[in-house]
Design a protein around this ligand. Structure first.
Ligand code: ATP
Length: 238
């Protein structure tokens, strides 16, 4: 049997006065769409940071495609196939879409080559954006598409998204979900943070619920009501 794409064993991360992640164990399968649900401060961002190399756990092990994963930076994680799309886009407003994609690359590619790639990925995954457009003239949906294209340039096997719909119109959300489903069908594992219960029910194959640093549930959100997900998240009646 193929190993899980990502496996976490007893991940613990402490900050002064708080255990942000408390012995977290979970797995993500190839092509699985996994939502991480939790209230503010539950430990979601800390967990993502550990996975994409922005911080190290105090205890526990991470493995990726069956091999131990020890990464000290997001660049190292990216090189191994783990890409992150942040909630607040890390784009330069006065540069074009293609120039922004170029800045995220370690290999050298001309703007013309990148523009071609941006068009190709755009057509293939419904991520249309004009490579020559200046970022400040683009909608939030288009800006996010640049971020996703930038992430896809390194052919990730795991794509992490932090609250990916928070700045999108309903139409852009529909489009994003189609893209994410297509990537998952091609075997890319998708891990996303959210507290939008309706969207989790629509997008995710599975949902792990974090409360005060601990995983309190791992459920199929499609068979749970929004009320029941809310109860799991806050630990009492909504
Ligand atoms: P949110 O939805 O608000 O982003 P979250 O579920 O992502 O919340 P984390 O950001 O992981 O939660 O934070 C978990 C806990 O760890 C919080 O109490 C937070 O204040 C604390 N924490 C996170 N990062 C640090 C840090 N660098 N230094 C100190 N405490 C931190």
């Amino acid at each position: 049997m193929a190993p899980p794409r990502l496996s976490l064993r007893d991940i613990t991360k402490r900050y002064p006065g708080i255990t942000a992640n408390d012995h977290i164990s979970m797995e993500v399968a190839p092509g699985e769409v996994l939502a991480v649900l939790g209230e503010n401060g539950a430990g979601k961002s800390t967990l993502m940071k550990i996975i994409y190399g922005a911080t190290r756990p105090d205890e526990g092990e991470v493995s990726f495609d069956g091999r131990p994963l020890v990464v000290d930076s997001p660049a190292q994680a990216r090189a191994l196939g783990i890409a992150m799309v942040h909630q607040h886009f890390a784009l330069f407003d006065t540069l074009t879409a293609a120039e922004n994609v170029q800045l995220g690359l370690t290999e050298s590619m001309s703007v013309a080559e990148i523009s071609e790639k941006v068009r190709e990925l755009g057509e293939r995954y419904g991520l249309e954006v004009d490579p020559a457009a200046v970022v400040m003239e683009l909608s939030m949906g288009e800006r996010q598409r640049i971020e996703i294209i930038r992430a896809l340039m390194t052919k990730p096997k795991l794509l992490i998204l932090d609250e990916p719909t928070s700045v999108l119109t309903p139409q852009a959300v529909r489009k994003l979900f189609k893209t994410l489903h297509q990537l998952a069908n091609e075997g890319v594992s998708i891990l996303f943070i959210s507290h939008k219960l309706d969207e989790i029910r629509e997008l995710a194959d599975r949902c792990v619920v974090l409360r005060a640093g601990k995983i309190v549930a791992s459920v199929n959100p499609k068979t749970e009501s929004e009320d029941s997900l809310a109860r799991l998240m806050i630990g009492k009646e909504p």
